[in-house]
Design a binder for this molecule. Structure first.
Ligand code: ME8
Length: 511
């Protein structure tokens, strides 16, 4: 049977030498979802990349005395390197300077122009260069950019416009007919009340004041507005309007665009209208996640609270960083980041609950039975209650992942691991071992622990890939598939476990 497809994207990142832990949130959460869907048997396509055009990049390149292309070529490696350190399992990395992307955007612009949805006019407006956004007087906050608080400049130029206004009613109808298009719900209300109800104005979609952008083919003093360029990546990456559009045919529409809350409006207003104008199907869901903040505020180099995420990976391990990010930020809201909170999570959940459980279990099997795990099949009430809880895990995690409550999915897994530690305390293996007649009972206890750990680890693969690999190695099992967790007892009785590996060391606070 052909697998069901699942297309998930992150936004494409502005190339930067200074990515911080907040930037990693979007890619880590998308990665966990992509890995989870692959585990469940979907044919997943996970896209990320870089957004490389615009005045901001051009200025930076000028500052350091290189061409914009040289500037982005060098810096884009930083993103790829960071995603590699974080074990981000993307299927494609798109750059908006890729030739196929450039051609695709040019064709999209031509199509919309030919259709009359893009027309030529004159633009007069207030422009925020760092945000690449135009604002009206009313939208400013204290006369400054409402997004970043910086100065805006009055700009007048000949420009092309995109008829957003024409599609306003269709967009509202689409929201109504597809109640899960924007998640969480609060973001939808924000879009309707703040942007759509006041009336959509046509959008200025070309620039003549700088040239680091995709040229408009029929009027080459204009370059395409970066957001039109950038949003198109979700279909250009699949070969839309190219000689080979097989990926496009297979994967579009996207199942999920994961984006930070500040760019929800581009993804739920401009992007769906572009697709409507192109007569293409719309993505099934745009999920606007919250931010990682420090003391309630932004993470930034100038505020002095910035550290390269690779420093945390080096100190605490990649899965500690992944776990923190996935566990700490609840569904859609902001989460506070501090190194202390990262250490607390690592010690509390990863070292004390998971690490300790695996270590104790493997240690006891090696010590009491020379590493051999045997199931004697005699179950007591206390066993059945652990087994039932274990068998409920798959559905629980599935329910949370369906609603993108990744943090709750992890919480459910760790609740089960906690129950395992309790099970050890209650069955007291160290007492059973002293009485030869209780050795069969002891074998069962250890088997139940191993099988429960295995089942939890099958699911953990989505979130903590390195840790899961190490646990499977310690358990000496290759029964790691999603199908193997619907029944209890797939771990082969008679298997000899390997020697223990330290999963997470407790971190001393001084560090
Ligand atoms: O917006 N916490 O790129 P970008 C959580 N190029 N997420 C954060 C964050 C934080 N503190 N800081 C940044 C762009 N992010 C555009 C996208 S898509 C067609 C074009 C997230 O590099 C941010 O919310 O500024 C976004 O999802 C991602 O990092 C990239 O942001």
């Amino acid at each position: 049977m052909e697998k069901e497809k699942y297309y998930i994207t992150t936004p494409i990142y502005y190339p930067s030498a200074n990515f911080h832990i907040g930037h990693c949130y979007t890619t880590i959460i998308s990665d966990a979802i992509a890995r989870y869907k692959r585990l469940c048997g979907y044919d997943v396509f996970y896209l990320t990349g870089t957004d490389e055009h615009g005045q901001k990049i051009q200025k930076k390149a000028e500052e350091v005395g290189v061409t914009p292309q040289q500037y982005v070529d060098e810096i884009v490696e930083n993103a790829k390197d960071l995603w590699k350190s974080l074990k981000i399992s993307y299927d494609k990395f798109i750059r908006t300077t890729d030739e196929e992307h450039v051609k695709c955007v040019q064709k999209i612009f031509e199509k919309l122009y030919d259709k009359g949805d893009i027309y030529k006019g004159e633009y007069k407006g207030l422009y925020c260069t760092p945000c690449e956004s135009f604002w009206t007087e009313n939208q400013l906050v204290d006369g400054k950019c409402p997004d970043c608080g910086r100065e805006v400049n009055m700009v007048t130029e000949e420009a092309y416009f995109f008829r957003l206004s024409k599609y306003q009613d269709r967009l509202i109808k689409y929201y109504d007919d597809n109640p899960h298009f924007i998640e969480p719900e609060s973001r939808k209300n924000e879009m309707i009340n703040n942007f759509i109800k006041p009336g959509l104005e046509d959008l200025c979609v070309s620039r003549t004041s700088f040239d680091w952008g995709i040229p408009v083919t029929f009027d080459d003093k204009h370059v395409v507005y970066v957001w039109i360029d950038a949003l198109s990546n979700y279909i250009s990456a699949l070969g839309y309007l190219s000689d080979d559009d097989s990926l496009y045919k297979k994967y579009w529409p996207a199942n999920l665009h994961i984006v930070g809350k500040e760019i929800v409006r581009f993804h739920t207003i401009i992007w769906p209208i572009m697709l409507m104008a192109l007569d293409l199907p719309l993505p099934k869901m745009v999920f606007g996640h919250g931010w990682l903040v420090i003391d309630g505020g932004k993470i930034s180099k100038s505020l002095g609270n910035y550290k390269d995420p690779r420093e945390y990976i080096d100190s605490y391990g990649v899965d500690a960083v992944r776990y923190f990010v996935l566990r700490e930020v609840p569904f859609g809201s902001d989460g506070n980041f501090s190194e202390e909170a990262l250490i607390n999570r690592t010690n509390g959940d990863l070292a004390n609950i998971l690490g300790n459980l695996v270590n104790r279990t493997i240690g006891m099997i090696n010590k009491y039975f020379d590493g051999i795990v045997e199931d004697t099949s005699i179950k007591e009430d206390i066993d059945n209650s652990l087994i039932n809880e274990t068998l409920e895990l798959k559905d629980k995690v599935n329910k949370y992942m369906d609603s993108l409550e990744v943090s709750k999915a992890l919480e459910a897994i760790f609740d089960l691991l906690r129950s395992c530690n309790k099970y050890i305390d209650e069955t007291t293996p160290w007492v059973l071992v002293k009485d030869e007649s209780k050795h069969d009972r002891l074998k069962t206890v250890l088997y139940n622990l191993v099988e429960t750990i295995r089942i939890a680890t099958v699911l953990l693969q989505a979130y903590l890939p390195d840790t899961a690999e190490s646990i499977f190695r310690q358990l000496n099992t290759n029964i790691t598939g999603y199908d193997s967790i619907s029944t209890f007892g797939k771990y082969k009785s008679g298997t000899k476990v390997n020697s223990p590996e330290v999963l997470f060391k407790r971190i001393e606070k001084e560090k």
